[in-house]
Design a protein around this ligand. Structure first.
Ligand SMILES: Nc1ncnc2c1ncn2[C@@H]1O[C@H](COP(=O)(O)OP(=O)(O)OP(=O)(O)O)[C@@H](O)[C@H]1O
Length: 604
């Protein structure tokens, strides 16, 4: 019981082992990624592949039929033999060069295709709406862009061309075998179906074993990802031991699945080699019999060529098994990649969406309703006006709908019904890019990207010069703390910016927003308590930032709220009261209660 309770803390979606029939449609869709190279790299690679294969097929004929044949007839001269040796040598050199070029171009083709798939996937994901990200963890998205795309790598760098090469090789060998000696060819080919039957069974086992490896590995990845991201909470609650126990379990499972898969895998090659030896034995036994018998005209030369071909026969067969595995892995991965690619953004530009010019910054909500999940309403019939150039504070208990209102302003979501208008134009009719350039967000938890402080501020406007950035930082009041850092504006900060304090991060985000110079500014005020000096700096910075803009604040400090031109009080997705601080206090309604209970403890 204790054990079950402990393990139940860790929930990772487990994928089922996929045993689907081969899906041609999906494969064809995957191969459309080769299309851009259909006239350049692909034909060059195929040509080299055909050349290398043709040469390999020709060599045994020269050695067996011509050289040994002439020796057998007794017509061979030293210079003839030298000529044959020369030809074989040239053929080998030719095949060597063709193979080098084939491998080089094949790898290049594969890398280009992987590059294209990853780019397309990333580009697509970037444009997906917030709804998509609400339903998935960052880790699971990462796995698709990295692991699933990587697992297509083998297929495109080796698989496809090798598959073609092996098919051409097999057809070539079978045709030559039949041409040289149909009796001998038939006998040897009899064992082919038997081998295919056994190898298919073996391969299925191997495939399942590798699928288990992938599932175990993805569990291990998820656990690692979560553990590292949540390390501070884990340490704070002293849960390292529980974490370690679970890690041990998934790590052991991972190791065991690898052991099993490599064991199964190791069986395949010896099996192919055994079949190859069996083919050789049959050849020697029956071939010797045919050479001696008067009824057959099998010569020693043909027999030698045959032996060469038999030796070459099993290699493509064993490789075909590998390619089949690669195709199945590729299919599973591409299914997951296509699932993302087929995901349509919920919020998209209309065909005739208008550009935005001369924005004044008046926002109006008309009968707006909204629900995140079509079950529970987050906003009920909201009618609001945010006048251009004014500062409006949104207040209310947690979950009352403050963030939801601001989410609709940048069209991170569209209202379920009703409209949001900017300067009298429905947001749905405005180009999203234009809208978002005019509406900036300053989030409570400022996201700092890995890079310098300079680059982090420049995020607000990629075209800004260093001077513009320093000016913005000065205006906001961030310049003095930046200067005190080791390398000033060139100080490298890590992802999430953990070397910076909450207040400093806020100031950076103000500078970033000032640089973006939007008409409408949405601000989620930090709740963390900040020392009085920084607090003053933030208030000063805020004043500069808000000057002349329409500002919507999810306000947590009474001082900010009191200074606003209008205060909107929300409760369970409804607008309950609105007005200035004094008006609302006089009303002695919800706001009055909120101020008394919630803000009295917070520093004004
Ligand atoms: N992405 C989401 N998916 C589903 N439901 C959501 C989502 N975001 C918010 N909600 C729900 O919508 C309602 C309004 O949430 P919202 O985040 O707007 O509240 P809030 O007033 O901003 O709260 P807080 O002050 O705690 O940030 C809540 O009931 C919340 O559970």
């Amino acid at each position: 019981m204790e054990q079950a309770r402990k393990k139940s803390r860790f929930h990772y979606p487990t994928e089922q082992i996929i045993e689907k029939p081969f899906n041609w449609k999906q494969m064809m869709r995957l191969f459309t990624f080769i299309k851009p190279y259909a006239k350049t790299l692909l034909p060059k690679t195929i040509l080299m592949m055909l050349l290398a294969t043709a040469v390999r097929l020709a060599v045994p004929i020269f050695i067996g039929v011509f050289a040994v044949g002439q020796l057998e007839n007794g017509t061979a001269t030293g210079s003839d033999m030298l000529l044959y040796a020369g030809i074989v040598l040239i053929l080998y050199i030719l095949s060597y060069v063709a193979n080098i070029l084939r491998i080089r171009w094949m790898n290049r083709l594969g890398q280009f295709v992987i590059f294209d798939i990853r780019k397309k996937l990333f580009d697509h994901i970037q444009h997906l709406s917030h709804r998509f990200f609400d339903q998935r963890s960052a880790g699971s998205i990462l796995v698709r862009v990295i692991n699933d795309v990587n697992s297509l790598q083998d297929l495109f760098t080796n698989g496809v061309i090798n598959l073609l090469m092996d098919i051409v090789m097999l057809i070539g060998i079978v045709a030559i075998l039949f041409y040289l000696s149909p009796e001998l060819a038939i006998l040897i080919l009899v064992i082919l179906p038997i081998m295919f039957f056994i190898s298919t069974k073996l391969r299925r086992k191997i495939r399942r074993a590798w699928q288990t490896v992938r599932l175990r590995q993805s569990r291990l990845n998820s656990h690692l990802n979560e553990s590292i991201q949540g390390i501070r909470v884990t340490q704070a609650y002293a849960q390292e031991h529980e974490n370690m126990e679970f890690f041990d379990e998934v790590n052991t499972q991972n190791y065991e699945s690898w052991r099993e898969a490599t064991k199964q895998n190791a069986l395949f090659r010896p099996f192919v080699e055994m079949a190859s030896a069996l083919g050789g034995a049959i050849l020697i036994w029956y071939g010797a019999f045919l050479i001696q018998s008067d009824a057959s005209n099998l010569t020693l030369g043909v027999f030698v060529s045959f032996a060469f071909y038999i030796g070459m026969f099993w290699e493509p067969i064993s490789r075909l098994g590998q390619v089949y595995n690669q195709l199945l892995v590729g299919m599973a991965s591409s299914e997951r990649i296509f699932e993302f690619l087929d995901e349509e953004p919920n919020v998209v530009d209309k065909k005739d969406a208008k550009p935005l010019t001369n924005v004044k910054g008046e926002l109006v909500f008309k009968n707006v309703e909204f629900s995140y999940d079509d079950k529970r309403k987050a906003l009920n019939n909201i009618n609001l006006k945010f006048d251009a150039g004014t500062t409006v504070a949104l207040v209310g208990h947690t979950g009352s709908g403050k963030s939801t209102i601001v989410n609709l302003m940048s069209r991170f979501y569209d209202p379920t019904s009703g409209d949001v208008m900017l300067d009298g134009v429905n947001l749905r009719d405005i180009r999203i890019d234009d809208l978002r350039k005019n509406v900036s967000y300053v989030l409570q938890d400022t996201f700092i990207f890995a890079g310098t402080i300079m680059e982090n501020i420049r995020f607000g406007n990629p075209h800004a010069t260093d001077e513009d950035i320093i000016e913005a930082a000065k205006a906001i009041g961030a310049h003095s703390f930046i200067e005190k850092l080791d390398n000033g504006y060139q100080t490298e900060v890590e992802e999430q910016g953990s070397i910076l304090s909450v207040g400093e991060r806020q100031l950076l985000s103000f500078a970033r927003a000032l640089l973006a110079d939007p008409r409408i500014l949405i601000l989620d005020e930090a709740t963390a308590s900040i020392d009085t000096e920084t607090e003053l700096k933030i208030q000063e910075g805020l004043k500069t930032l808000l000057a002349g803009r329409t500002a919507i604040m999810i306000a947590h400090r009474l001082s900010t709220i009191r200074d606003s031109d209008n205060i909107i009080v929300l409760e369970q997705g409804n607008v309950m009261e609105q007005g200035t601080h004094d008006q609302l206090i006089d009303q002695k309604g919800i706001y009055f209660g909120l101020v008394k209970s919630q803000f009295s403890a917070i520093k004004e």
